[in-house]
Design a binder for this molecule. Structure first.
Ligand SMILES: Cc1cc2nc3c(=O)[nH]c(=O)nc-3n(C[C@H](O)[C@H](O)[C@H](O)COP(=O)(O)OP(=O)(O)OC[C@H]3O[C@@H](n4cnc5c(N)ncnc54)[C@H](O)[C@@H]3O)c2cc1C
Length: 335
């Protein structure tokens, strides 16, 4: 049996994204412990050739490209069937992926199909002295952590929380071998047909995909006090998110939490309101392109991340800001 480690890349808008480099770092770490094996990246969909070849510098040996109609967008049934066949044929020891809405669906499907174990939302992963795979993941909204051991046969499936994925150092500049894995040979029959893809309402869309996020913390307050965040988000077409206290109050559901034990986001614009900017929160939003901060405390850590900082009370500023934007929008509409 080989000790090959596979990484499932999930291209978005024609790019592999940042997380792939963190997954390669994890794969290299596992290979160093095992002492042997190829690092293979599976790429469903089209990605520019130079981005693919650049992975060689990080230690990727082989790229398997999946082409064909069944791979132009995610289809759980087709992907599970095709990947199961390939895994049975090539027998990798690990399949690593980043945790997101897609792998939340694909991971359990694939694990069931391969009759193996799946560690989802891993924060850490290691091999114990007996060679058993052990992972750590958050439970109870990130208040507790559990250690899980894989007792199933290989391959072991692992999805990592994006916030723990740190890029690998560059190694040798060896271009990876690129192989087209399934072109033309895909069985596209399914018991389920996708009739239409409906764009999500930005307010409730997955945070990872959001272009604009309005996030609130303890300073905004619980329950109805949080409506000022929802109103601004609705007005500017943004998604709503919160810090852990907001989730603990059940003002927002857990999938709206940003941070170390929540979502990792990279919006074009983040408006951070009434939150202090604890490490555990900023770990999930550092990649935001533009950050506007509103806080009453000039020493709040979150101001370090601000492109525009506003010192003041969110309950005074946000309703006025929302009203002003609504007014401007209406005037613009009348032109
Ligand atoms: C293991 C572990 C994992 C964790 N994971 C996460 C995580 O994933 N995500 C997360 O968010 N936290 C996480 N936390 C919690 C984290 O440490 C902080 O406690 C939390 O982020 C603080 O939330 P906050 O900024 O809303 O509240 P606070 O730190 O209390 O900050 C409130 C801020 O609001 C400001 N403010 C108050 N009133 C107003 C007002 N009227 N107008 C404007 N500003 C105002 C204050 O000046 C202050 O800066 C984790 C903690 C641990 C131990």
């Amino acid at each position: 049996m080989t000790a090959d480690i596979w990484i499932l890349a999930l291209p978005s808008k024609g790019s592999l994204g940042e997380e792939i480099y963190g997954l390669v770092a994890e794969a290299r770490r596992l290979r160093d412990v095992k002492g042997t094996g190829l690092i293979t990246v599976l790429v469903p969909g089209a990605v520019p050739g130079d981005e693919l070849s650049a992975l060689g510098a990080y230690g990727v040996d082989l790229l398997l490209i999946f082409e064909g109609k069944g791979f132009d967008r995610y289809q759980g049934e087709i992907w599970t069937r095709e990947l199961t066949g390939l895994v049975r044929e090539r027998k990798p020891t690990f399949i690593l992926m980043a945790h997101n809405a897609l792998t939340e669906d694909l991971g359990p499907r694939l694990a069931a199909s391969l009759e193996t174990g799946f560690i989802s939302r891993a924060m850490d992963l290691w091999l114990d002295p007996q060679g058993k795979v052990v992972g750590v993941r958050p439970i109870a909204n990130g208040h507790l952590f559990e250690e899980v051991e894989v007792v199933a046969e290989v391959p072991c499936l692992v999805s990592f929380l994006p916030s723990v994925l740190a890029a690998a150092e560059k190694g040798t500049d060896q271009p990876p071998e690129i192989v087209t894995a399934l072109a033309g040979g895909i069985d596209e029959s399914t018991r389920l047909q996708v009739l239409a893809v409906i764009e999500a309402d930005p307010e409730s869309a997955a945070l990872e995909d959001a272009e604009i996020i309005v996030s609130g913390g303890r300073g905004v307050g619980k329950g109805e006090s949080f409506n000022i965040i929802q109103s601004l988000a609705r007005t500017i077409g943004g998604s709503v998110a919160g810090t852990r206290p907001v989730i603990d109050w059940q003002t927002l559901p857990f999938e709206r939490q940003i941070g170390q034990t929540g979502k990792t986001v990279a919006p074009r614009l983040m408006i951070a309101c009434g939150l202090s900017g604890a490490n555990e929160f900023t770990a999930g939003m550092e990649k935001s392109q533009q950050v506007i901060v509103i806080n009453t405390d000039p020493r709040a850590r979150i101001f370090r991340f601000a492109d525009l900082g506003v010192l003041g009370d969110v309950h005074e500023i946000l309703p006025r800001l929302t009203e002003r934007i609504e007014k401007e929008k209406n005037e613009f509409k009348d032109l």
